[in-house]
Write a protein that binds this ligand. Structure first.
Ligand SMILES: [Zn+2]
Ligand SMILES: [Zn+2]
Length: 137
C-alpha cells in the first residue's frame, strides 16, 4: 500500500506517532475533498474500525491541526470542518447545499493580504459565501 507509506513518511516529518487510528483517520481525510466534520469521519470509519471512538477522531484532528497536517475550517459556526489540503486556497460555503468547496485563488492574493497589514499576520484564510457551481446548474 503506497499511500500508507506516504502517510507514514508525512507523520515522521511532523513528529507524529503513527498509531493505527491516526493513520486511518488521516487516510480518510486526504481521500476526500468535502471538508468533513469529526462526525463525518467517524461515521465513515466506524464500520471498519469498531474500536474507534468519536473522541479519538476529535483528538486526532486536533493533533493534526496543531502539527500542520490539517486545517480546521470554522466557516460554518455550528461545526468545525477539516481539510488536509494545506496549500493556499479559498473556501466557498454554499447557502443551498451547505457544502464547503475549494476555490482556487492566485497565491499572490495571499502574499498581498499578508503584507498589507501593519500587524504580523500568521495565517490567511479566504472564506466565501454563495451558491456553488453544482447548485447553479
Ligand atoms: Zn451547493
Ligand atoms: Zn479546502
Amino acid at each position: 500500500m503506497k499511500i500508507m507509506e506516504e502517510i507514514k513518511e508525512r507523520f515522521k516529518e511532523k513528529g507524529i506517532n503513527p498509531s493505527y487510528h491516526r493513520l486511518k483517520i488521516y487516510e480518510n481525510l486526504v481521500s476526500r475533498s468535502d471538508h468533513p466534520t469529526v462526525e463525518m469521519i467517524y461515521n465513515d470509519l466506524n464500520q471498519s474500525i469498531p474500536t474507534l471512538s468519536k473522541t479519538t477522531v476529535y483528538n486526532t484532528l486536533k493533533v493534526f491541526s496543531s502539527s500542520g497536517l490539517a486545517l480546521p475550517i470554522s466557516i460554518d459556526e455550528t461545526e468545525i470542518r477539516y481539510d488536509a489540503k494545506m496549500s493556499f486556497h479559498g473556501h466557498l460555503h454554499c447557502v443551498k447545499c451547505h457544502n464547503i468547496v475549494d476555490v482556487d485563488i492566485d497565491p499572490q492574493v495571499e502574499e498581498l493580504l499578508m503584507k498589507t497589514s501593519e500587524h504580523s499576520v500568521e495565517e490567511c484564510h479566504v472564506y466565501l459565501k454563495g451558491v456553488c457551481k453544482k447548485c447553479l446548474q
